[in-house]
Design a binder for this molecule. Structure first.
Ligand SMILES: Nc1nc2c(c(=O)[nH]1)N[C@H]1C(S)=C(S)[C@@H](COP(=O)(O)O)O[C@H]1N2
Ligand SMILES: [Mo]
Length: 423
C-alpha cells in the first residue's frame, strides 16, 4: 500500500471521528482503492491539446476539462416593464471559496444585447449638482486618490427562487462576490464640496438607457466605492468597465456600471432603475435597497447526485447587506432541528462567506437547508414569513415581488438525486 493511500485512509478515519462517526461510513470505493487504481496523471511535454503557449504566456485560461458556464435566464421580465432585463446566472453549483471568478460573475444589464465598448482614455466621471466645485475626472485621475480593496457581493433583486427552478444556478445564480478596488465616493464628494441641503445623489451609467439610480448621500459618505478593478484586474466590460459604483449591501440594481455622472440633489428622484421602488416616501424607497441575510446550499444541490450513503461535506454561501455573516445553521431534517455550520472563509462585511457542514447521510430521503444570521442578529426568514412580508397569498406570486431572502430547501431522494424542495 502506498503511503499516500494510508494517509488518505487516515484522513477519512480521523475526519469521521471528528464529526462523531465511525469509519464504517467511508464510501467503500475510496477505502478499498488499491495502488494500481490510484488516480494518476501522465502529463508530458508532448501534450499539445492546450492552446499555443504564446497565448497562454500572455493571458491564462482554465483547463479545457473544466466546463462550468454561466447561463442566460430568459423568463424574467424587467421590473420596469420597459423591456426585458437580460440576466445571466452564475454556476453556483460549481463554486468554491467566497470569490466568484470574474468570467463567471452573474450579469444583469437592461437591454442586455448592448454592451458599451468604452475607451478608458476617453471616459470621464462628472460630479455636479449641489456642490461647491463641479468636477470632471479622467480614469487616471480617479486612480490618484487613495484606494481601498474590499470583497463585496452583488445580488440582483430578481434573484427569486421558484418551484420550477431545477438547479441552484437557476434559483440563486444572480449573486456573485468579487474583490473590488476603487476610491471611496466620500473622498470625491469632499473634493467637490457637498452643499447644505443636498441629501441624495443620482448616479448614471454611460449606456443608452443610463441605468440611473438615486441614493441617500449618507450611503455615499458611509461606504460607496468608485471601482476600477475587480479580482486583481480592470473591471470586466460586463461589470462596468472602466468605472463602476459599488454600493455595499444594497441590491445589484443600484451598483451603476459604466459610471459617468453623479449629481447631488435635494431629494429622491424617480429614475429608470428606481422604477421598481414605487414607495411614495423617499426615505422608505432609499432604505428598501438593503439586502437581508441570505444563504443557500450549493452542494449538494439540484441535479447533483450523491453516489450513496456516507460522509459528505454540505457547503454553501451566506451573505447579508447589513454587515458580516455571524453564523450559519444547517438542517438535515427538513427544518425540525438546526446545527451550526462552520464558516470556512473570513466573514467580511457585505461579502459572501462560505460555510461547510460535515454530514453523514444514511440513505433515506430528507430535506436539507441553511439559515444565515448576520452581525446585527437578523435571522434569514422562512418562505412563509417572506410571503407575509410582501403580502402575497401564495408561493407562486412571491417571484413577482421584491427581494427574496427566504430559506431554501433541497430534497435529497433515497437514490441520491437532489431536487428543488419547493416543487
Ligand atoms: N449602467 C447600468 N448599471 C447597472 C445596470 C444597467 O443595466 N446599467 N444593471 C444593474 C443591475 S439590475 C444589477 S443586478 C447589477 C448587476 O451587476 P453585474 O452585471 O456586474 O453582475 O448592475 C446594475 N447596474
Ligand atoms: Mo438586477
Amino acid at each position: 500500500m502506498s503511503s499516500n493511500l494510508s494517509a488518505r485512509r487516515r484522513f477519512l478515519r480521523d475526519s469521521a471521528a471528528l464529526v462523531g462517526l465511525s469509519a464504517g461510513v467511508i464510501p467503500a470505493a475510496a477505502a478499498q482503492m488499491s495502488h494500481s487504481e490510484a488516480p494518476t496523471t501522465n502529463a508530458t511535454s508532448k501534450d499539445t491539446a492546450c492552446k499555443d503557449t504564446k497565448d497562454l504566456i500572455a493571458y491564462g485560461e482554465r483547463s479545457r476539462y473544466v466546463k462550468s458556464i454561466r447561463v442566460p435566464v430568459s423568463d424574467r421580465m424587467s421590473p420596469d416593464m420597459f423591456g426585458m432585463t437580460f440576466h445571466i446566472a452564475s454556476p453556483l453549483q460549481d463554486s468554491s471559496g467566497m470569490i466568484t471568478a470574474s468570467s463567471l460573475h452573474y450579469v444583469s444589464t437592461h437591454r442586455g444585447s448592448y454592451l458599451p465598448d468604452i475607451n478608458p482614455a476617453e471616459h470621464r466621471l462628472m460630479i455636479h449638482g449641489m456642490v461647491d466645485r463641479p468636477l470632471i475626472f479622467t480614469v487616471d485621475e480617479i486612480k490618484r486618490f487613495p484606494f481601498v480593496t474590499r470583497p463585496h457581493f452583488l445580488e440582483c433583486s430578481g434573484n427569486h427562487a421558484k418551484a420550477t427552478d431545477k438547479t441552484v444556478q437557476q434559483s440563486h445564480g444572480l449573486t456573485s462576490c468579487s474583490e473590488w478596488t476603487g476610491v471611496p465616493l466620500s473622498l470625491l464628494l469632499k473634493e467637490a464640496g457637498v452643499q447644505n441641503g443636498a441629501s441624495f445623489f443620482i448616479a448614471e451609467g454611460a449606456e443608452t438607457v443610463k441605468g440611473a439610480v438615486s441614493l441617500p448621500i449618507a450611503k455615499a459618505m458611509d461606504d460607496c466605492l468608485v471601482c476600477y478593478a475587480q479580482n486583481g484586474e480592470p473591471v470586466r466590460p460586463q461589470q462596468g468597465f472602466p468605472l463602476r459604483l459599488i454600493v455595499p449591501g444594497f441590491e445589484g440594481m443600484v451598483n451603476v456600471k459604466w459610471l459617468r455622472r453623479i449629481k447631488l440633489v435635494e431629494k429622491n428622484y424617480m429614475t429608470y432603475n428606481d422604477y421598481g421602488h414605487l414607495a411614495p416616501d423617499s426615505k422608505v424607497a432609499a432604505l428598501n435597497h438593503q439586502i437581508g441575510p441570505k444563504s443557500i446550499i450549493t452542494f449538494p444541490s439540484g441535479e447533483q447526485k450523491l453516489p450513496g450513503p456516507g460522509l459528505y461535506d454540505i457547503t454553501g454561501l451566506a451573505w447579508s447587506g447589513a454587515g458580516a455573516v455571524r453564523t450559519v445553521d444547517v438542517s438535515v431534517d427538513g427544518g425540525q432541528s438546526w446545527k451550526p455550520a462552520e464558516l470556512r472563509t473570513p466573514a467580511y462585511p457585505m461579502a459572501h462567506a462560505r460555510f461547510g457542514f460535515p454530514w453523514k447521510w444514511d440513505g433515506t430521503e430528507t430535506v436539507i437547508m441553511s439559515r444565515c444570521t448576520d452581525e446585527l442578529g437578523t435571522v434569514q426568514p422562512t418562505r412563509a414569513e417572506i410571503a407575509k412580508y410582501w403580502n402575497v397569498p401564495n408561493d407562486a406570486q412571491l417571484q413577482i415581488k421584491g427581494l427574496d431572502n427566504s430559506i431554501f430547501p433541497w430534497r435529497v431522494a433515497s437514490d441520491g438525486t437532489v431536487h428543488n424542495g419547493l416543487a
